[in-house]
Every structure is written in structure tokens, then in C-alpha cells.
Design a protein around this ligand. Structure first.
Ligand SMILES: Cc1cc2nc3c(=O)[nH]c(=O)nc-3n(C[C@H](O)[C@H](O)[C@H](O)COP(=O)(O)OP(=O)(O)OC[C@H]3O[C@@H](n4cnc5c(N)ncnc54)[C@H](O)[C@@H]3O)c2cc1C
Length: 433
């Protein structure tokens, strides 16, 4: 029987090191180089950040999501979860530890489906943290329903020509290559008729029309590109996996990405609880500390309860991924974590903001960014509603309907059966009365 909630002392030491390192060395990067995580390192930024990455490597914590064959430690998802909940405190931390989305997911599919040549060209530099990638799937007219995608690729001799529009291709403007999903066969179902291509961003015909920013960011200086692909010519070798394999590949990619977001969200929500508690213990109003007011105690208790449930669920899901080594077997759990994540972050950040009063709503505190982040979590990698449908379908698979007029738990019938089962004793009891 192994059902253990303890971290090995050796790994705990590494986590303790990471915790201090992130707080002291990495969190300050969020304040000096905001929004620049996905801009390739150069000049002073390289001078400051490269030694931090090297320190992470020395500690054996670089790219811990990867197996040793790909330059990682082979720690698996559970250990990554424990690390990621520390990294979730800072936007720069995943970069410094070599495990940032969307590159982790992109690396995963190249490792899984790429040819040797593709791995050499794209995977190795990606794993070394020397370049960035972008996943170009969503379109302006369709996101949650990929069967509506219109971007097409057709053959021209040995080459493919890609045409169409893509929206929200994160980091496209600083990435070295794009993973583009396109319709390659209109005669079959979209599930068999779409393919993925690895396309260098400097290929002629890739036009970044706008860099859409999230709320609060300056217009046209965001990270999420609207791209017009106009007669983008790529060789046959640009195809990732087989022709028509895009859906299968997308599922591989999104499985890991979603649970990694959930792991980091634990760290961010914990940061909000830390701030909530510090404020509750610091501020006095109407004769007592905020911490002594029952409403505030309610906020703290609800936040602790919500985060603890979520954390245990995410850790359990990570454990299952390691156990089965097959995302399909853990699909229901990953989708469940994805559903719960925005609410947990939103609720906790909102309470923390409320406890901070007016200051909490300002750009001098991070709460509104967290709340906005919760909104993003409900959309990126698929809307909550769609994941709920996935979970419900998977849950229902374990059940059968009944043709009977009454539900199988209908008490009168069960009671009759129970009485018949224990008739002997019941008669005896009556006889004793
Ligand atoms: C910060 C951020 C980064 C992103 N990065 C990338 C990226 O790098 N690459 C990429 O390709 N995409 C990316 N996306 C896009 C993301 O995958 C899509 O936003 C998402 O799939 C939803 O698509 P949509 O925005 O077109 O919304 P729609 O598909 O139009 O859905 C809008 C709303 O309709 C409802 N809805 C949709 N379908 C259903 C349904 N079946 N049942 C019930 N209700 C439904 C939901 O409320 C949903 O939120 C990113 C998004 C965000 C916010």
C-alpha cells in the first residue's frame, strides 16, 4: 500500500532552495523586465538572466518536465507540480527554470512526433532555452470548435502552400518558429483532414497584422498575434507527424500544458492568500485587527479550503499522469483541474483585493492582474464550458441508464428487498417484542 503525501527529503531540499531563489532572484525580474519573458535574451538582460538559468541547471532543476534523453531530469509530473507551485509566484520563473508555456507543450509534440532533422533544428535550441516557439491554431472566426478552421495548406510539387488567418498565436512576434494547424484534405472529416506544420517565422508570407494585448497592456504591443498566412511555402519536411494527424497531436500538446497551468496557479493563489493574511494581521479598524472580524476570517478560511482542495486534486492528477504515462487515461482529471482553476484563482484574488480596500484595486497591487489572469485561464487552451462537457461525457461513460419505471435507488423497492434479505432476524425481533 503506497499512499503517501510526503516529499522525499532530498527533493524537499531542492524545493526549499527554489523557493528562496524565486523570491530573492527571480521575482524582481517581473518588476524590471515586465512582458519581456519571451523576447530572446540579449545585452544586459542576457548578462543578468543567463547566470540565473545556469544556477538552476547546477541545482538539477532545469526543464524538469523532460526525460533525461531530452536534457531534463526525468522527475515526472508530480515533482514538476511541487516545483511549479513555487514558480507560479513569478512570470519570469518558468523561463528561468526552462519550463514555460507554450514552449513545454510545443517541445513535447516535436519530441513525440518530430523527425530527427526537426528535432535537431527546433527541439534542441528550444530545450536549451535559446529560442521561443508559437502555437498557431485558433482563428479569428473559430477557437473552441477546431472543426471550423479555414486555414488551408495545399501541395505544390514537393512543397506545401499555407493560406489563411490565425488569431492569438502567443509570442509569434518573438518566436523563431510557428506550429501551424491547417486543413490539408477538405474531402474527409476535419478530424482526419488537418495537419500540423513547423514553419520558421521569417518565411515569406507570414504577416503579423497586429499584436493583440491583454487588458491593461498598450494597444498593439501585446503578445498574441493576428497572423495572415499568404502563400507561405514550406517544404514537405515541414509536416509534423503524418498528414491528417493534427487533432491527435493537439491533444498530446494540450494535456500537459493545461495541468502545468494548474500547477502554477496554485502558487499564484497561495501568494494571494499570503498577502490576504499579512494584511488581515496588519490593519486595525473599529477597535480590532481585520483578522479578528468574522467576515475576514470567512474569507481566509474559504480561500484556504478552496486552495487545499484544488492543490490536492492537481497533485493527484500529476501522480496519475506519472503512473499511467498516458494523457488519455487522465483526460477527465486534467479537464476537471482546468475547470476549477479560474474559479479558485478568481475567488481568492478577489477576497485578497477586498481585504486590501482601495489599495487592493490599484496598479500598485497585483490583484486585478490575478483576477484578469483567472479570466484568461477560463479561455486559453479551451473554454471552461467545453471542458465541462468533456468531463461530463467521461463521467457518464461509467454509468448505464435503467429501463425500469423507478430509479435503481428507489427506496420502497430497496426496502422490500432488504426486509426479505433479513426476514429471519426481523421476524425474531418482532417475536421478542
Ligand atoms: C491569453 C491567451 C493565450 C492564448 N494563446 C493561444 C495560442 O498560443 N495559440 C492558439 O492557437 N490559441 C491561443 N489562445 C486562444 C484560445 O485557445 C481560444 O481563445 C479558445 O480556444 C476559445 O476560442 P475563442 O476565443 O474563439 O472563443 P469561442 O470559440 O468563440 O468561444 C466563446 C465562448 O463561447 C462559449 N462556447 C464555445 N463553445 C461552446 C460549447 N461547445 N458549449 C458551450 N459554450 C461554448 C464559451 O463561453 C466560450 O468562452 C489563447 C487565448 C488566450 C486568452
Amino acid at each position: 500500500m503506497s499512499w503517501d503525501f510526503e516529499t522525499e527529503p532530498e527533493y524537499q531540499k531542492k524545493l526549499d532552495w527554489a523557493d528562496e531563489f524565486v523570491r530573492e532572484e527571480v521575482e524582481p525580474l517581473d518588476l524590471v523586465w515586465e512582458h519581456q519573458q519571451f523576447v530572446p535574451l540579449e545585452g544586459k538582460r542576457r548578462e543578468a538572466i543567463q547566470p540565473l538559468k545556469e544556477e538552476v541547471r547546477r541545482q538539477g532543476l532545469w526543464a524538469t518536465h523532460l526525460g533525461p534523453d531530452l536534457g531534463g531530469q526525468g522527475y515526472g509530473q508530480l515533482k514538476l507540480a511541487l516545483l511549479n507551485e513555487i514558480l507560479g509566484r513569478s512570470s519570469w520563473a518558468p523561463i528561468v527554470f526552462g519550463c514555460q508555456a507554450p514552449d513545454t507543450g510545443n517541445a513535447e509534440i516535436i519530441a513525440h512526433y518530430g523527425t530527427e532533422a526537426q528535432k535537431k533544428q527546433y527541439l534542441q535550441p528550444l530545450l536549451d532555452g535559446e529560442l521561443f516557439s508559437s502555437y498557431s491554431m485558433t482563428e479569428p472566426q473559430a477557437g473552441a470548435d477546431p472543426t471550423q478552421f479555414q486555414t488551408k495548406a495545399h501541395r505544390d510539387g514537393d512543397d506545401w502552400i499555407i493560406n489563411g488567418w490565425k488569431f492569438f498565436s502567443s509570442n509569434a512576434s518573438t518566436a523563431s518558429f510557428l506550429i501551424v494547424m491547417a486543413v490539408t484534405d477538405t474531402e474527409v472529416s476535419p478530424y482526419q483532414g488537418m495537419s500540423m506544420f513547423l514553419v520558421p517565422t521569417d518565411t515569406p508570407g507570414i504577416n503579423i497584422v497586429r499584436n493583440v494585448g491583454l487588458y491593461g497592456e498598450p494597444m498593439n504591443e501585446g503578445q498574441h498575434a493576428l497572423i495572415h498566412y499568404e502563400n507561405v511555402r514550406v517544404p514537405a519536411e515541414a509536416l509534423l507527424g503524418g498528414e491528417g494527424q493534427a487533432f491527435v497531436i493537439a491533444q498530446t500538446r494540450l494535456g500537459g500544458g493545461r495541468i502545468h497551468h494548474a500547477m502554477r496557479t496554485i502558487g499564484l493563489a497561495q501568494k494571494a492568500i499570503d498577502m490576504m493574511c499579512e494584511r488581515a494581521l496588519s490593519r486595525t479598524t473599529q477597535g480590532s485587527k481585520l483578522a479578528d472580524k468574522q467576515f475576514v476570517q470567512g474569507y481566509i478560511a474559504d480561500s484556504y479550503a478552496q486552495l487545499t482542495q484544488f492543490r490536492l486534486f492537481v497533485l493527484h492528477t500529476a501522480w496519475k499522469i506519472d503512473k499511467y504515462n498516458d494523457y488519455k487515461k487522465v483526460r477527465k482529471d486534467i479537464a476537471t483541474a482546468k475547470i476549477v482553476m479560474p474559479t479558485v484563482l478568481h475567488d481568492i484574488a478577489w477576497r485578497a483585493m477586498q481585504i486590501h480596500g482601495a489599495l487592493g484595486t490599484t496598479n500598485e497591487m497585483p490583484f486585478f492582474r490575478m483576477i484578469h489572469g483567472a479570466g484568461v485561464m477560463g479561455l486559453a487552451d479551451g473554454p471552461t464550458e467545453v471542458h465541462k462537457m468533456t468531463v461530463a461525457k467521461q463521467v457518464l461513460r461509467d454509468y448505464r441508464g435503467t429501463d425500469d419505471m423507478w430509479p435503481s435507488e428507489w427506496i420502497p423497492r430497496k426496502q422490500e428487498a432488504a426486509r426479505a434479505k433479513y426476514a429471519e432476524f426481523l421476524e425474531h425481533e418482532v417475536g421478542n417484542l
